[in-house]
Write a protein that binds this ligand. Structure first.
Ligand SMILES: Cc1ncc(COP(=O)(O)O)c(C=O)c1O
Length: 471
């Protein structure tokens, strides 16, 4: 038998691979602002041209990097660019990419405390910082997940195990009609039939109607259902609406329900004064979902779940096995596999820790304050444009608007706005997306990238004006 050492790169080969990637990355990141805000024409043909069987022979890394950076990456939404005002922008701090490189290269195991105590502690620190930010008590525990959807799944499973018997099919949960579908999906995955998720109407500001919620809970109790959980929104995807979390906390306390807050988009605005005021009451919740890959500008792949009663999170996820190493006993130290559905996984704590330690929290707060101000500025500028109606004023950094035409409404007006959206995006400086608000097609604008500043918002407003003039 021959030793095969092909996969073991020499120090020089590894360095030159990292340097080749670094050259490409630095050029790419440096040109993000000049790249079109989206360019997917011919994307499906490109995708088909990439289909191939598993390669028998290797190719030079330079050739592969060239394929990626010159042909594949450009055919996409420029989600990391300053003009990406669509859906919920991420950002993509390259500091986190470097952290990922380090984490993957050292490839330590953080799911079990004993396997890498210092690294597990670094991740535990990150979770503690988030819990402190949200105002949760010392007994709170949490996990970093791949995103908000999986964090929501674990929240619902923890609540289900804490509040319902093994036969939980009468368990009913409540969320407004503006709630992200991650909640519905998590409820389905957690075993609840679709009808067990009650949709509560929202008010004119897209906030849950607490009176309607109370009525629905009462009706469900009368029908021998078992209400067990209420979702409050701390920044909806549609409009950034923040529910009255204080009133929801009161109602949940009175009705003895688990109070879950979806702060995937809005949560990190807790770093700002405006955000703290809007989200007052979040500190009374039983669980919170936050997405660092949204409000902390990280690359995609980092969500977070915080649970007030850390033991409830543990009871829902902890299992042991003969082949596992022993878990530590000290309550201050964390074995993440006991709190999460995952066992082996990446060391995602480092991608949060490195930028926060490098810069401190100040620049994150300043960036979030800037995004709030930019959304207000965009709303003011849009209001000046004849025919524009603001359908949702910014509560955080999202707003929604449409163009009106005298005598026009319904599908005809929706079509005008859909084509306006295409024209705006066709100018390729900003990328916006649409949604339905009270049945009306609305154009959304969400400012959340650390790369988006006043110049790009003004360019976007110019493009909106120009697109209206063309139409
Ligand atoms: C309010 C809200 N909740 C949950 C999610 C789902 O998060 P993720 O895409 O990270 O799974 C999103 C995503 O945009 C969101 O905006």
């Amino acid at each position: 038998m021959m030793d095969d050492r092909t996969l073991e790169l020499s120090g020089d080969a590894l360095r030159s691979l990292i340097e080749a990637a670094a050259r490409r990355i630095v050029a790419h990141v440096g040109s993000l602002a000049e790249q079109p805000s989206a360019d997917t024409e011919g994307g499906a043909a490109l995708a088909r041209s990439l289909v191939e069987p598993i390669p028998e022979a290797g190719r030079p890394a330079d050739e592969l990097l060239e394929l990626l950076f010159d042909r594949v990456v450009p055919k996409s939404f420029n989600t990391a660019g300053p003009g990406y005002l669509a859906y919920i922008p991420g950002g993509g701090l390259p500091q986190s990419a470097v952290a990922d490189l380090v984490a993957d290269a050292v490839n330590r195991y953080v799911g079990v405390f004993a396997a890498a105590p210092g690294l597990a502690q670094i991740e535990a620190n990150v979770v503690r910082w988030f819990a402190d930010l949200a105002g949760l008590p010392p007994g709170a525990r949490g996990i970093l997940t791949s995103g908000g959807s999986l964090a929501t799944f674990s929240a619902l499973v923890a609540a289900r195990r804490d509040r319902l018997p093994d036969n939980f099919l009468s368990g009913t949960l409540y969320a407004s009609d503006q709630t992200h579908h991650a909640v519905q999906k998590a409820a389905l995955l957690a075993g609840f039939p679709p009808d067990n998720v009650r949709e509560i109407p929202s008010d004119a500001s897209y906030r849950i109607r607490v009176d309607a919620l109370a009525d629905t809970i009462a009706a469900d109790r009368a029908a021998r259902r078992t209400p067990f959980l209420v979702v409050g929104n701390a920044g909806t995807t549609n409009t950034g609406a923040v529910d009255d979390l204080g009133s929801l906390a009161d109602l949940c306390a009175k009705e003895r329900l688990w109070f879950h807050v979806d702060a995937a988009y809005g949560g990190f605005f807790l770093l700002t004064e405006q955000g703290r005021l809007r989200m007052a009451g979040i500190e009374r919740s039983d669980s919170i979902v936050l997405d660092p890959h949204k409000g902390l500008f990280l690359p995609y792949g980092t969500g977070a779940l915080l649970v007030r009663d850390g033991e409830a999170l543990k009871r829902a996820h902890a299992l042991s096995a003969d082949y596992m190493p022993s878990m530590q006993e000290d309550p201050d130290l964390v074995d993440f596999n006991l709190l999460s559905p995952e066992l082996s996984r990446d060391f995602r704590g480092l991608r949060v820790w490195l930028p926060l330690k490098m810069h401190g929290i100040g620049p994150f707060r300043a960036n979030l304050e800037e995004k709030l101000a930019l959304a207000r500025h965009a709303a003011d500028a849009l209001r000046e444009i004849p025919g524009i109606e603001i359908l949702a004023e910014p509560q955080l950094s999202i707003l929604a608007f449409r163009l009106t035409r005298p005598g026009l409404d319904g599908p005809a007006l929706d079509r005008i706005n859909q084509s306006l959206l295409e024209r705006i995006n066709g100018r390729k400086r900003v990328y916006l997306t649409g949604t339905l608000l009270s049945g009306r097609f609305a154009i959304r604008l969400c400012v959340l990238s650390f790369r988006t500043h006043r110049d790009r918002i003004d360019a976007g407003i110019e493009d909106i004006r120009a697109a209206i003039a063309e139409a």
